[in-house]
Design a protein around this ligand. Structure first.
Ligand SMILES: [Zn+2]
Length: 273
C-alpha cells in the first residue's frame, strides 16, 4: 500500500477492536517515510457502509451542546471564532472576501461568528446541509475562496484527492485554515484517545509539512486554544509583522513560523493543554 500523502511505502502497524458503530477490527497502516497513519479498514469500506458509519457517529452530537467523543468541541470552536475575528481585524483575513467553512456540520462556527462578531462565514457540508443557507456543491469552484476553514475534517478522509480538493478551493492569494490533530509521531497504541470510530487519517508533522509544501504555502500561524493553523502563500515577513502586532496588543497569542509550524513535538498524551 502506498502512502496517500507522500507516495512512500506503508506497512501494517496495529489493530484496534471497536465493537461499536458497526466496526469490529480496524487495521491501521503507517507510512515508513512520512509517518502518516491510515485506517485501511475505513479506506476499503463500501460507500454505503461509510455513509452509515458517519451518520451514526454524527448523530451522537450534532445539534447538541457537547460531543461525548470530543468534550472540548464547543470551547475549541469559540476559540476558533475569536481567532478568525482577530485575524480579520488586522487584515490577515479579508472580511469582505469569499469565505467557506468546509465540512461545517451543524454550522456552529458560522453561527458564533455571526452572533458574536458580525462576520459572515458561509457553510458547506456535503452530508449535513440543514437549510437553504448552506452553499451547494456547484458553489465550490476551484480557487473561488479567499479563506477556507476546515475543522475536524482532515481526519475523516482516506484519499489524497479529497484533501487536494478542499485546498483547491483557496485562491492563490487566499488563506487556508486547518484544525485537525497532528502528532510528531502517531502512537502505535490501540488505546490512543484519537482512534475514534469515524477517524481514519492521522497526520504526523512530516505528513502535514508535505501537504503544506505541495500546496505552495510559505508560512503558518497556530492558535493553541483553537487548535487551528492558518496557512498563507503571501510574504512571510508581512504576516509575521501583523502577528507581532496582534500579540503586542494582547490578542491571541499566535505562534508564527516560516514554513509549516510543527507545534506538537511530543506525544499528545503527555500534554495537559
Ligand atoms: Zn507518507
Amino acid at each position: 500500500m502506498r502512502c496517500e500523502i507522500c507516495g512512500g511505502s506503508c506497512r501494517f502497524d496495529f489493530t484496534k477492536r471497536f465493537d461499536s458503530f458497526g466496526l469490529t477490527d480496524v487495521q491501521y497502516w503507517r507510512c515508513e517515510d512520512c509517518g502518516f497513519v491510515l485506517s485501511r479498514t475505513h479506506a476499503e469500506m463500501s460507500p454505503k457502509d461509510w455513509m452509515e458509519l458517519n451518520e451514526r457517529c454524527h448523530a451522537t452530537y450534532q445539534g447538541h451542546d457537547e460531543n461525548l467523543l470530543d468534550p472540548r468541541w464547543k470551547s475549541r470552536m469559540a476559540a476558533q471564532a475569536r481567532a478568525i475575528a482577530e485575524l480579520s481585524g488586522c487584515g490577515l483575513l479579508d472580511p469582505q472576501g469569499r469565505w467557506v467553512d468546509f465540512g461545517c456540520g451543524d454550522g456552529s462556527l458560522s453561527d458564533l461568528l455571526a452572533a458574536d462578531y458580525r462576520l459572515g462565514l458561509p457553510k458547506y457540508d456535503k452530508y449535513m446541509a440543514r437549510d437553504a443557507s448552506y452553499l451547494s456543491h456547484q458553489d465550490l469552484q476551484p480557487a473561488a475562496f479567499d479563506f477556507v476553514i476546515t475543522s475536524s475534517v482532515f481526519e475523516h478522509l482516506t484519499r489524497r484527492e479529497q484533501w487536494d480538493g478542499i485546498e483547491a478551493l483557496v485562491c492563490p492569494a487566499g488563506a487556508f485554515g486547518v484544525a485537525t490533530l497532528v502528532a510528531d509521531r502517531v502512537p502505535s497504541d490501540p488505546d490512543w484517545f484519537y482512534l475514534e470510530p469515524p477517524h481514519c487519517a492521522f497526520f504526523s508533522n512530516a505528513a502535514m509539512d508535505r501537504l503544506f509544501k505541495d500546496w505552495g504555502y510559505r508560512c503558518s500561524i497556530y492558535d493553541v486554544a483553537a487548535r487551528l493553523w492558518i496557512w498563507f502563500r503571501s510574504d512571510p515577513r508581512a504576516v509575521s509583522t501583523k502577528v507581532d502586532q496582534l500579540n503586542g496588543a494582547g490578542l491571541g497569542p499566535y505562534l508564527f513560523r516560516e514554513g509549516f509550524l510543527d507545534y506538537w513535538k511530543v506525544d499528545p498524551r503527555l500534554r495537559s493543554a
